[in-house]
Design a protein around this ligand. Sequence first.
Ligand code: IDP
Ligand code: MG
Length: 137
Amino acid sequence: MTTNKTFTMIKPDAIGNIGAITKMIEEAGFRVVAMKKTRLTPAQAGQFYAVHSERPFYNDLCAYMSSGPIVPMILEKENAVLDFRTLIGATNPANAADGTIRKIFAKSIEANAVHGSDSDENAGIEGSFFFSQLEQF
Ligand code: IDP
Ligand code: MG
């Protein structure tokens, strides 16, 4: 079963392109349910990416993700998780398809412009990391 929500955040490298990225997201048919500009401490970045704690890039990733502002969002659309992964493209922008958000805006495999949840379960967990129920409408 697929739910209709996913979670994204614009990462520090793409913070100068909030408008352009949000426009692409809306034009692809996603509705913005919740959105804010905020920052992560290194500890919060570590918590958000805890699933990657054994990976060699984990410490760099946490430092990068706490290096500047981010824009987390909850998005709604039919088949949201999979359709959003298609819209953003591959993790490494060098491998991302033309026209995808990462192809257009990402700087590197680490500074890759946007996050996208990989499952319905994680979309719920990640959305709750940033937003209370009362902020979702
Ligand atoms: P995803 O964001 O496409 O789901 P994941 O494998 O879940 O990719 O990795 C989480 C994030 O960690 C990536 O978006 C990227 O910022 C970073 N990352 C992934 N692989 C590498 C790597 O090989 N080197 C540096 N950073 C990486
Ligand atoms: Mg992932």
